[in-house]
Design a protein around this ligand. Sequence first.
Ligand SMILES: *[C@@H]1O[C@H](CO)[C@@H](O)[C@H](O)[C@H]1NC(C)=O
Ligand SMILES: *[C@@H]1O[C@H](CO)[C@@H](O)[C@H](O)[C@H]1NC(C)=O
Ligand SMILES: *[C@@H]1O[C@H](CO)[C@@H](O)[C@H](O)[C@H]1NC(C)=O
Ligand SMILES: *[C@@H]1O[C@H](CO)[C@@H](O)[C@H](O)[C@H]1NC(C)=O
Length: 521
Amino acid sequence: MLARNRFLLLVVVGGAALAIISLSLQFLNLIPITPILEERPFQAADGVVGGNLGKSRKRVFPVLQTQEPDPMAGASDYCNTPNRSEQAWEGHSPADYKLLSVQVMIRHGDRYPIYSIPKTKRPTIDCTLSSSRKPSHPLLNSFISHMGQGGRGHWEAPLSSVPRLPNHSACEMGELTQTGVVQHLRNGQVLQQAYRRHNLLPSSWSPPQVWVETTGKSRTLQSGLAFLYGLLPEFDWTKLTVRHQWSTLFCGSACDCPARNRYLEEEQRRQYRLRVSDTELERTYVEMARTLGMLTRQLRAANPIDSLLCHLCHGISFPCVSTGNGGTGGCLTMAQFAVIRRQQFDDEVDRKRVGLYRKYAILAMYPYLNRTANKMERVARANEAGRQPRAGGEEVFTLSSAHDVTVAPLLSALGLEDSRFPRFAARVVFELWKSPPATQGQPKKKAGKGERSKAKDGELFLRVLYNGEDVTFHTTFCRSHDRHAGHPLCPLKNFLSYVRRDMFKVVNATSYQEACYGPPV
Ligand SMILES: *[C@@H]1O[C@H](CO)[C@@H](O)[C@H](O)[C@H]1NC(C)=O
Ligand SMILES: *[C@@H]1O[C@H](CO)[C@@H](O)[C@H](O)[C@H]1NC(C)=O
Ligand SMILES: *[C@@H]1O[C@H](CO)[C@@H](O)[C@H](O)[C@H]1NC(C)=O
Ligand SMILES: *[C@@H]1O[C@H](CO)[C@@H](O)[C@H](O)[C@H]1NC(C)=O
């Protein structure tokens, strides 16, 4: 009862201060209610905790209190330190299939914390770029000089005033680091190599073929540019327009959805209840607060996990304070970090079991998925009509540079709930493929001029990849597709009917309108 009253009070406080990211929101460990809100760093931590739920659940579940998942292993996946080559399955298809379009959503790269732990020294990280500092990249110097000419590009307001490179010798809160830049130069280069032989973008690409959009944060804008530079080194600025998405949900003009907010609030209540029932977590926060000499709720509000993760990713030891500080003094420990992560892992499992987040995610990501589906259809139609060899004039490549609070609901809405929480520089890739014409290799039928039969034109297929791994057959819309019987790929129409109708089943509706505002009366 007490817990519930506290919750209600905090929601009211949070509601009043939503626009400025209130302390109570952080305390509640919330997902943003309005799309303007910044990402939740605790979610970042969820990623570490979550790991690969599918694989680790059996191991972790029965031993909740006695054996934590290995915090270092999860953290290193989350940090995504660019020091090894990675397997990438983008661009793979049966022979003779044609790649028509690629749409990518990324999470920004490694960044400085958004929160600081009071009374402790903030981690020392240099956010200027230098090829003599590790990690570096062969393209780093030319990227830096290319960004210097960014004034020649077109920037939707308010992006023109956002710095195009990180450039502070002591990182500012939330600033992209050199690691973050390198992560996305690598991402872009991986796709450049994957798509080279498919001729996705000719060097003479024209402006509508490349679509780049980002939120207004410098870390997403800079991440997007690094990715683009890896994909298209020395791209022609004059052809580029960088578009602004004001909402972290990339919902454009369709952001209004009252039901989405209700699901989110319910999800937050679930999350809160789970957390306050976790005595080990409570004890840990009390202990940490005592060390630092502050109130427990102050510490919670400071979201220590965000800062601790940054320490881990950059090989900096956890912060310490002396006894003179009002507390008992000492250092924050890996054991404490592990407890917070363990609870976040439990939270991921519980979240999935209860299903409220999924409902939220479906409504949150519909506008983006709808747009994605529409683009694919446009490209396919243009291709069918024989306009240009590569559907010239249509958006062939789309890059959306986003946050964890964008990528996480996207994964959930696609039914990829067992995936790892989006690490730094995570990428989700949608590829549209067309099979060779059915008549290939056979004598041409005597079809009348202007008659273009469907069978002749080849069929359309979709691949979905997450961090280079093909996850198409884990998605809700292609999980039951029998790839051995018919085609080795997932038909585009599965995706289209999922986005336009079937996914609303989860919220007992048949359309976005109905799901958001209730059935027509
Ligand atoms: C890459 O960096 C991580 C984190 O610093 C480290 O754990 C891992 O061993 C490194 N891997 C290689 C191949 O150097
Ligand atoms: C970074 O800032 C310094 C000092 O303000 C400036 O001299 C330098 O040109 C900047 N570098 C870039 C790449 O913007
Ligand atoms: C979804 O796409 C259709 C076009 O197929 C468009 O008319 C509609 O406005 C879109 N809905 C939303 C909510 O974005
Ligand atoms: C689903 O929607 C229908 C029609 O709007 C309604 O009659 C029914 O009660 C709803 N079912 C649930 C479980 O909400």
